[in-house]
Design a protein around this ligand. Structure first.
Ligand code: WQD
Length: 349
């Protein structure tokens, strides 16, 4: 009986990583999680323990800390890594570019240097559809032109370029560059989900916070786009579909010993107003909103051509918009304050 393959997750208690952690365990992998809780809660570990029935193997560390990452590789026989750890707020990245470059690019370099020292050459990289900038053609294929319109997007593009150069320099490396479209939804239990700090930047968590009474009204950023109802169109993908896409990509790297760049999306676009209506149906809650001016940097429409992932990863998103909304609502209604439990809320700050 071969020992299970151990996979290192950075940013492990984050939204997409925590769902990927569960999917990896269910697929028979062992997982070592690393996070510094700069944008997530230790409560996630308690939830993962309850959901998986296994005590998580976790190290609190900053992926930018070479000594801490060296210790992780010395302690654990890691066969592959999935790199989620990064700051991801587009607007914030324009205000704090240095912090974004130091954390997002520096963290990737520190991880790759530790992997090199320990002859670990299989890496899944959390990239983003934001590397396509303003798409020229829809749906978006992986060979579409790449550009960045904000420092966050630039860090993802630079990350991809670093990994392409590394794979070209050393054929021992196999990389999966996964370009996420718009992750939404939550695990069916409603016990883990998206818990942004402060005012949510993204549409779905803002909607769920309106639905649960944390916010009064949604602002719809513009209804004069070149789309059927004038509001922005995006490719919303269920976070559990996305997590399963990471398992498929890891299997591809470990079994095929080849690299891949792939869109992880449904291939279908939905407008802001469509998402509002779908959420109201799924939750039974009304979402009050106002149409306000466009948000700078937003594109009219963005949705994936997911053919490559279907064909090479044997993966396909299966959960529809109704499921995305129902699962997001179950998480938020069970956790009105996100992971802030009564204990943490009453704990001295
Ligand atoms: C979706 C639509 C908005 C909020 C960004 C990043 C991307 C990824 C996902 C990290 C747009 C509209 C939004 C609101 C609104 N992040 N909107 N009111 O901008 O497509 O993608 O988040 O990996 O890299 O670029 O997602 O959810 O912010 O916006 O009307 O309060 O909802 O204009 O049309 P976006 P989003």
């Amino acid at each position: 009986m071969r020992a299970p393959t151990t996979v290192l997750l950075t940013g492990a208690t984050g939204y997409i990583a925590s769902h990927t952690w569960l999917a990896l365990l269910e697929a028979g992998f062992d997982v070592v999680g690393v996070d510094n809780f700069s944008n997530s809660s230790p409560e996630v570990l308690t939830r993962l323990h309850a959901l998986s029935g296994r005590a998580p193997t976790f190290v609190e560390a900053d992926v930018c800390d070479p000594a801490a990452m060296e210790a992780v590789f010395q302690r654990h026989r890691v066969a592959a890594a999935v790199h989620f750890a990064a700051f991801k707020a587009v607007g914030e990245s324009a205000e704090k570019p240095l912090a974004y470059y130091a954390n997002n690019v520096g963290g990737l370099l520190t991880l790759c240097e530790a992997m090199t020292r320990h002859q670990v050459h299989a890496l899944v990289f959390s990239s983003s559809a934001t590397v396509y900038g303003k798409p020229k053609e829809l749906p978006i294929r992986e060979d579409a032109p790449l550009s960045s319109t904000n420092p966050y997007g630039a860090t993802k593009l630079i990350g991809e370029n670093i990994l392409r150069d590394l794979a070209n320099a050393d054929p021992a490396w196999n990389m999966a560059l996964l370009r996420y479209f718009n992750p939404v939804g939550a695990h069916e239990s409603g016990d883990i989900g998206e818990d942004p700090r402060g005012v949510p930047n993204n549409l779905m968590p803002y909607i769920t916070q309106v639905a649960v009474g944390q916010r009064a009204r949604l602002q719809v950023f513009g209804n004069d786009y070149d789309t059927p109802d004038g509001t922005g169109v995006r490719d919303y993908i269920h976070v559990v579909d996305l997590a399963e896409g990471h398992v498929a990509a890891l299997r591809y790297l470990l079994d095929r010993q080849q690299s891949i760049t792939a869109n992880l999306g449904t291939g279908q676009g939905h407008s802001v107003l469509e998402l509002i209506r779908a959420f109201e149906q799924a939750s039974g809650r009304r979402i009050d909103y106002d149409i306000v001016p466009r948000r700078p940097g937003d594109v009219d429409a963005s949705y994936a051509d997911p053919t490559l992932a279907h064909e090479l990863l044997n993966w396909r998103a299966t959960r529809d918009l109704q499921a995305m909304c129902a699962d997001s609502w179950r998480w938020q209604s069970k956790n009105p304050n996100g992971y802030q439990t009564l204990q943490t809320m009453n704990a001295p700050s």
